[in-house]
Ligand binder design. Structure first.
Ligand code: HAM
Length: 435
């Protein structure tokens, strides 16, 4: 026996069907908003994350899976996908004809060396989007709406949207000066992480989860007092729109997010299960002003967010948001040879069904009829196709509906027509529709 790596988890069978369902729904919603899929490498040169995700973030400082490869290059398993997606836009010259925005969506695994706990894994999956080349606060709204609509389509009600604006460069500079002055008086009593944050990025102290430090944070200067006119204006456009569209949100001036590249609006989607379970933010994102340039692209702004798929699924399980149809994985036909000598024709019938668009499996394990019916049930089969010596001789099968238990005898040459007729009556049940 080998243990699974700490902080990782297997996604198999029914669980995998849930991932497929959730990811497909999210991807479809992104397509509805005009986004195109990006699949970038899981490995990137470590430098990319140092420069973009940020040297002051916990993610880069403590949580990266970094190793030196045999060619002596420093490689990192991506802790998030924004940096890689923007890098690909730059490398693939997507900005060259200045047709903005460039819209990307993506799904895939990420790696962070965190302490595993509820809703927190070392390998986890994200779905996210990036919209690059943006100049209007309505793009920020569009991105927020995409996430919000997708959560509703998944069945979430009472989503809590938290937003903040980190302002523009001018705002942040003034605000950081004020914070440095304030925390300068308290930093000696604060945790070691905060002492480090004080040096690297004082904003990050606001995110501290240590109780004593939370108390000190309560009296810290508030960013909204430092907004420039421009920052104030675009934040107002966003909050007014949310109000007009009855999207509930809460302004949280301490929301700074764990990555370095944000400026302007930042946001997180939160949700608590009906039993009060909270796995942490379902997703988060924001606007970034200089990331594209730092990665070697033109001076373009962008906005995006990512959901944690594990967290979505955990909450959907807790609150029964998966319908049976969405995750049941029915088999159209289970072919049963009555005797071992009927295996060959049974195998051929199963192949024939598959090439004609019906999902089929065949029992080749020499089981009794009773055992085969049990196997069919475990496989979620809709029909049993039973073939004994008489059927084989007469080129017929017994077709049994495993729900109604009705059984008919039918010639092999009419089997497809019959199935088409039966599945036509109940189109939804049929997985691979046969044209
Ligand atoms: P993030 O907030 O670091 O943002 O991650 C987004 C989401 O990924 C979180 O809200 C959470 O649901 C999930 N997540 C993060 N860490 C873990 C973990 N250890 N286990 C399970 N789920 C986790 C980003 O990654 C940014 N790239 C989002 C973004 C895109 N901003 C702009 N564009």
């Amino acid at each position: 026996m080998f243990n699974i790596v700490k902080g990782t988890h297997d996604v198999i069978q029914k669980e995998a069907a849930k991932y497929t369902y959730v990811e497909n729904l999210l991807m479809r919603e992104a397509q509805v908003f005009g986004y195109k899929e990006f699949r970038t490498p899981i490995m990137e040169y470590s430098e990319l994350f140092l420069r973009s995700t940020g040297e002051s973030s916990d993610i880069v400082r403590k949580e990266m899976y970094t190793f030196t490869d045999k060619g002596d290059r420093s490689i990192t398993l991506r802790p998030e996908m924004t940096a890689g997606v923007i890098r690909s836009m730059v490398n693939e010259k997507l900005f060259i004809n200045q047709d903005y925005p460039v819209k990307a969506f993506y799904v895939g695994p990420n790696f962070r060396y965190e302490r595993p706990q509820q809703g927190r894994y070392r390998q986890f999956n994200q779905f996210g989007i990036e919209c690059v080349g943006v100049d209007s606060p309505y793009r920020d709204i569009e991105v927020i709406m995409l996430g919000y609509n997708a959560l509703k389509l998944l069945g979430f009600k009472n989503i809590k949207l938290e937003i903040n604006s980190l302002g523009d460069a001018e705002t942040r500079e003034k605000y950081q000066t004020a914070l440095r002055e304030y925390f300068g008086k308290h930093i000696d009593t604060m945790c070691d992480d905060c002492k480090e944050r004080y040096k690297l990025n004082v904003l990050r102290i606001l995110d501290c989860k240590v109780e004593h430090d939370i108390e000190i944070n309560k009296d810290a200067p508030i960013i909204s007092d430092y907004y420039s006119e421009k920052s104030k204006e675009s934040f107002n456009v966003i909050t007014n729109f949310l109000k007009e569209n009855e999207i509930e949100y809460k302004i949280n001036n301490n929301l700074v997010r764990g990555l370095d590249y944000y400026s302007g609006i930042v946001f997180e989607y939160h949700y608590t299960s009906s039993q009060g379970k909270d796995y942490g933010a379902l997703g988060g994102g924001g606007h970034y002003g200089s990331l594209v340039k730092e990665i070697g692209g033109p001076d373009l702004e962008g906005v995006g967010f990512a959901f944690g798929i594990e967290r979505l699924i955990n909450l959907m399980e807790d609150d029964n948001l998966f319908g049976e149809n969405e995750i049941s994985d029915p088999l159209d036909c289970y072919v049963m040879p009555v005797n071992t000598q009927n295996e060959k024709i049974s195998f051929e019938v199963a192949s024939y069904l598959r090439t004609n668009g019906y999902s089929a499996d065949v029992c080749l394990e020499h089981k009794s009829m009773g055992q085969m019916f049990k196997k069919a049930e475990r496989r979620n089969a809709l029909y049993a196709v039973i073939i004994g010596d008489d059927e084989e001789k007469e080129q017929k099968v017994n077709l049994k509906n495993l729900v109604s238990q009705e059984q008919i005898s039918i010639g092999l040459d009419h089997l497809l027509d019959k199935l088409d007729e039966l599945f036509g009556e109940n189109e939804d049940e049929h997985i691979h529709h046969h044209d």
